[in-house]
Design a protein around this ligand. Structure first.
Ligand code: SF4
Length: 323
């Protein structure tokens, strides 16, 4: 499959009054055309910063791109001018934000908000944009679109708001959709519907999807490959089935162990401790204070990436694989 997005050695810092905070450290991953890559990890691991950086939506300063490249269809996003970025945002790359309650503008109708990228990127006039918006509302299964199109965000439910967010993101048929925790704020029953909708639309358009989530249940059903992130680093990457069959990094194992197994009375096994603040990362492997398999060298030396021998491409940053 052809590469659509190629991120190499991306390090993003925030210059704050308290000093420099490293949000991501030398992260690398690729997304191929038509593929779904899930970026998983607990809150505070750097997933959303990574997602926002692909569209250069982090405020600069305080954000600073310390090193690396973000190559989208052959062009380095980090070297584009603001006008070139505006041509890409919402057109070639669509983004679905975490909180549908706050990502929509309360003073514009949902129709106006969906039509905005169509007018901006496709030069549609008001009538054409309205017709296209009605089609999009149908596509994302919003009932009675002729009435909904003139409603304001506060007049519709959370699930419907997220459907509107998806309609905005796919309006211009982007080649890459970034979905940042698209179901976190929704009821469990609506979550499954929204994920299925996203998957169907992505397949219809032949787009690629970067799915940011902490929900490994969603990942198993919807992703082709997985990159596990911890403390600003990608610590394990693998194809989805391989990751579930052979989780290798102790952090990935911890995430999987903390999932409900569905057996009555069985207690969950959480990962002890919390994600460290990026300004105060532990020495060596940043996971070492929480790791059940920690060794002496883990406390002083940061592990490099090791290729694992499970067939297919599978890497983990952990000294356990230093043979
Ligand atoms: Fe645990 Fe050491 Fe591997 Fe880090 S490098 S995950 S501390 S075993």
């Amino acid at each position: 499959m052809t590469l659509l997005l190629d991120i190499q050695n991306l390090s993003i810092c925030f210059d704050t009054d308290e000093g420099t905070v490293r949000a991501t450290q030398n992260i690398s991953f690729q997304i191929r055309k038509g593929e779904t890559l899930a970026l998983v990890g607990e809150s505070g691991c750097g997933k959303s910063v990574t997602a926002l950086s692909i569209l250069r939506l982090l405020q600069e300063p305080p954000a600073r791109y310390d090193s690396g490249s973000i190559i989208f269809e052959g062009r380095d996003i980090l070297h584009l001018h603001e006008s070139e970025l505006q041509d890409i945002r919402g057109d070639q790359i669509g983004m679905i934000f975490q909180e549908p309650m706050t990502s929509l503008n309360p003073i514009f109708t949902i129709g106006d908000q969906i039509a905005e990228p169509l007018r901006r990127h496709k030069n549609l006039n008001t009538d054409q944009a309205r017709k296209e918006t009605l089609k999009l509302l149908q596509q994302v299964s919003i009932p009675a679109p002729e009435q909904r199109i003139d409603q304001y965000p506060h007049e519709i439910s959370g699930g419907m708001k997220q459907r509107v967010g998806i309609a905005m993101a796919i309006a211009c048929k982007p080649r890459l959709i970034i979905a940042d925790e698209p179901t976190t704020a929704l009821d469990v029953t609506i979550q499954a519907q929204i994920m299925q909708l996203l998957q169907d639309l992505k397949n219809e358009m032949g787009a690629s999807l970067l799915l940011i989530t902490h929900n490994l249940g969603i990942v198993a059903q919807h992703a082709d490959r997985v990159a596990v992130m911890y403390a600003g680093k990608i610590v394990e990457t693998a194809e989805v089935l391989e990751l579930y069959d052979h989780p290798s990094h102790p952090y990935t194992k911890g995430l999987l162990n903390s999932l409900p197994k569905g057996k009555p009375g069985e207690s969950l096994e959480p990962i002890m401790g919390t994600v460290p603040h990026p300004a105060f990362l532990p020495s060596g492997c940043a996971f070492h204070p929480r790791c059940p398999e920690v060794m002496t060298q883990c406390k002083t030396s940061m592990p490099p990436s090791f290729e694992l021998n499970f067939g297919g491409k599978h890497q983990a940053d952990c000294w356990l694989f230093d043979r």
